[in-house]
Design a protein around this ligand. Structure first.
Ligand code: HEM
Length: 439
């Protein structure tokens, strides 16, 4: 990794000893970045927890890096902080090796597989939502995290909703996620990293035992599909590869969807006119099953989802590492440099969006199409070789949730609108207190 001296020609704010810019960025990551861009331009260096990083800001940088086809930018090197807990997952692979594994993973995302997940999810969602209280305040963020984890147990793993294994699995997944963002990277006993490593080992062993049966009898959940998945040449995964890929998949799917649903619910509760619009859209579907066609008609809901992802993207930074020296905006950036792309700040830029901090889902309507101003103006799912493989599944899950909820209830805030913490994982500060009313 290049030293500070090797990056001396790249501008950046003065750094505190040891901690660098960690506290400033953790305190107000978007405000701090916007200020650094204003002072130093779209290429500047920062130091987070002792590691120097060059920030490449804006939609052009996203396009340049994510669409590179010459092996210049490593995802494995960028996401190295995840390597301990999620070794061997797609994000921790590069280039031809990654492409080969992504082709196999794609089998678990084919249309007929998605149809099976939707069917599984529809019943489970109705059952879980029915358990939420009416007319009394509760923390939506906590409840949606619990709901998506349980749903994940059913849809991703084929486990019964309330079975004991599902509960242990959920705990282990939470421990892994906490470990992936903890600043203390050693597995010292009783620290988050130690719990995360134990969680990872527990999950591997629990799922290893299921592989022979799933291979023999199949199933309509993600895990069973991954056990059977092959590329077009019939090439599949061995046990360790299945476990590595599955482990990263459930992490990638979980917090991201729970965060965007929280942002959407906060927005619907704070903008009743939008809640009415979505309720009308859902009512226009009548009592018909929420199949592909019905969900395809939920265009307003889709625009609210897109706006939620723009305002509070679950993945606001995308890291990479340069494998060779390269030039960008007049700077030579040496091989080995950690790079940070910032879709979060880009999506709040006036360059691409009108009145960018306002909640205005109509900006995605065909007559305005603000997201079309640049290929990477709106990029919450990344782009290029590592573009989110679960994007359509996430959209399906969000629409199913909104339709199921608004068919029988309306939501209002039970308190002030929360502020959003942006780092290390976006979440509403103090939860998100809401009340559901039956209609
Ligand atoms: C709102 C929800 C979601 C958001 C905002 C999101 C965002 C992202 C982003 C930005 C990336 C690319 C990261 C990079 O290039 O470094 C990514 C990759 C990925 N996502 Fe998602 N994601 C979401 C939901 C899901 C779901 C539901 C699944 C699984 C069903 C999933 C599975 C994955 C996987 C496996 C990758 C790695 C792909 C690869 O490296 O080839 N994501 N996601």
């Amino acid at each position: 990794m290049p030293t500070k001296a090797a990056l001396a020609h790249i501008p950046g704010p003065p750094a505190l000893p040891l901690v660098g810019h960690t506290f400033a960025i953790a305190r107000d990551s978007y405000g701090t970045q916007a200020e650094y861009i204003r002072r130093y331009g779209e290429v500047y260096k920062t130091n987070m927890l002792g590691v120097w990083r060059v920030n490449l800001c804006g939609a052009d940088a996203l396009e340049r890096v994510l669409l590179d086809r010459t092996g210049l930018f490593s995802s494995e090197g960028g996401w190295d902080a995840l390597a301990r807990i999620y070794p061997g997952g797609l994000l921790l692979q590069d280039f031809e090796h990654h492409r080969a594994n992504r082709r196999i993973m794609q089998a678990a995302f084919r249309a007929e597989a998605i149809r099976d997940y939707r069917l599984r999810m529809t019943g489970a969602m109705t059952e879980l939502l029915d358990r939420w209280p009416d007319g009394e305040a509760f923390c939506f963020y906590k409840a949606i995290k619990a709901l998506t984890l349980r749903l994940g147990g059913a849809v991703f793993m084929g486990l019964p909703l309330d079975g004991p294994l599902a509960q242990q699995v959920n705990r282990a997944i939470q421990d892994e996620i906490r470990a992936s963002i903890t600043p203390i990277r050693q597995a010292i006993p009783f620290t988050p990293m130690w719990r995360g490593v134990r969680g990872r080992d527990f999950l591997r062993e629990a799922f290893r035992k299921l592989i022979p049966e799933r291979r023999a009898h199949g199933g309509d959940d993600f895990f069973s599909r991954m056990c059977a998945a092959t590329d077009e040449n019939g090439q599949g995964w061995d046990e360790d590869q299945i476990l590595d890929q599955f482990n990263l998949l459930i992490m990638a799917a979980h917090d991201t969807t729970a965060t965007s649903l929280s942002v959407m619910i906060e927005a619907l509760a704070s903008h009743p006119e939008w809640q009415d619009r979505l309720a009308q859209e859902v009512a226009s579907l009548g009592d018909r099953p929420l199949d592909e066609d019905a969900l395809g008609q939920m265009r307003q809901t889709n625009n609210v989802f897109r706006e939620a992802l723009r305002l509070v993207p679950p993945v606001p930074f995308i890291p990479r590492r340069a494998t060779r020296d390269f030039d960008w905006q007049g700077y030579r950036i040496p091989a080995g440099t950690s790079l940070s792309l910032n879709p979060g700040v880009t999506m709040l830029s006036e360059t691409y969006f009108t009145n960018p901090t306002a909640f205005d889902p109509d900006r995605f309507a065909p007559d305005r199409a603000e997201d079309q101003r640049h290929k990477f103006a709106w990029s919450p799912f990344g782009g290029g070789a590592h573009k989110c493989i679960g994007m359509h599944f996430a959209t399906l899950q969000v629409k199913l949730f909104v339709a199921t909820l608004l068919r029988s209830r309306r939501v209002r805030l039970a308190g002030a609108r929360p502020e959003w913490q942006r780092m290390p994982i976006p979440k509403p500060k103090g939860g998100l207190q809401v009340i559901l009313d039956r209609i």
